[in-house]
Design a protein around this ligand. Structure first.
Ligand SMILES: [Zn+2]
Length: 117
């Protein structure tokens, strides 16, 4: 788990790309809008290994299945004394467990490294 301390990001509500927040306004370079509506989304970066191979994957919005709570609840519950927080422990404890990933490979995608889960 590469980003257990901050498994979320601020995303553009229209395209879900990461936005840059300056004071109150959020800018999305993808939509080319300086003041776009945004929300928090889960983004968990993992390093997975199988046999001798290792790969880095990014899971979007999957933490809610692991943790059973939405991103706002998660961020709020971990904002104070994170180490004692039940949700944070649950996330950290899911490390080294075995998961099955069902991966759909989109061969038409222009980026061959990107898989849609
Ligand atoms: Zn956008």
């Amino acid at each position: 788990m590469l980003n257990k301390d901050e498994p979320w990001y601020l995303s553009c509500k229209m395209c879900h790309k990461k936005v840059k927040v300056i004071e109150e306004a959020a800018a999305c370079t993808n939509c080319n809008i300086d003041n776009v509506a945004y929300e928090m989304r889960y983004r968990l970066r993992l390093e997975v290994c199988g046999a001798e191979q290792r790969a880095r994957v990014i899971l979007f919005e999957t933490d809610k299945y692991l943790l059973d709570c939405n991103v706002q609840e998660y961020v709020q519950s971990t904002s104070i004394k994170k180490e004692e927080c039940h949700n944070y422990c649950k996330l950290v404890l899911s490390k080294d467990k075995q998961f099955n990933f069902l991966v759909r490979v989109d061969l038409t995608n222009s980026n061959p490294r990107r898989l849609n889960c």
